[in-house]
Structures are given as structure tokens and as C-alpha cells.
Write a protein that binds this ligand. Structure first.
Ligand code: FES
Length: 103
């Protein structure tokens, strides 16, 4: 069974249990942000929430790590341009916080 979420205005299919990052890569999207200084494309690197290469905006919350954010039908995902808007040591919101709409 597959479902989809919205990424920059287009549907991206995911399987239950996949993260947003895994679904994007499976969909053929390799990068969704650019580094602030060198402007190089960024996407999944470590895949385990350590490197902060995969930041994007989920339901209006910036700097969410795509490799940790669970994909679900109601989520709206947007690519992000530039450096993190929050300090990288600030943890991404948990799945429960995202569901509650916490920044
Ligand atoms: S890919 Fe490294 S934190 Fe997400």
C-alpha cells in the first residue's frame, strides 16, 4: 500500500514506515536544500540524524531532518534554501510535536 504527501506542490508516494527523506530519494529526488556558503545541493548523507544535511520544512516548521521525519498523508514538505534557520544543535521536532504543529 502506498500513500502520498505534498512536496513543493507535487505528490510524493511513500510506504508506511518510511521517512520523508527515504520517500524523496525513492521518488528520485536527491537534494532539497542548498548549503548557505557554497550553495552545493544537500539531501540525505548520514541517514540517521547526525549530519544535518537533510534539512527541509515540514508543515511550516523549518530545519526538520528528513531522515527522521516520518512520512504521512497530511504532511506538507518544502525544500529549504540556505543555512538552517535554527542552530543545528537544536533538535528537530519529534513526530508527536510535528503532529501537534509545534515549531
Ligand atoms: S541525513 Fe544526516 S541528519 Fe539527516
Amino acid at each position: 500500500m502506498t500513500s502520498s504527501f505534498d512536496f513543493d506542490g507535487r505528490p510524493v508516494r511513500y510506504r508506511p514506515g518510511q521517512t520523508v527523506g527515504a520517500a524523496l530519494v525513492a521518488d528520485g529526488t536527491r537534494s532539497w536544500s542548498r548549503s548557505g556558503r557554497t550553495r552545493r545541493p544537500m539531501g540525505l548523507f548520514c541517514g540517521i540524524g547526525v549530519c544535518f544535511e537533510c534539512l527541509l520544512t515540514v508543515d511550516g516548521v523549518p530545519d526538520v531532518r528528513a531522515c527522521l521525519a516520518p512520512a504521512h498523508e497530511a504532511v506538507a514538505v518544502h525544500s529549504q534554501d540556505g543555512p538552517p534557520s535554527r542552530h543545528p544543535s537544536h533538535p528537530s521536532p519529534t513526530a508527536d510535536e510535528l503532529a501537534e504543529g509545534a515549531p
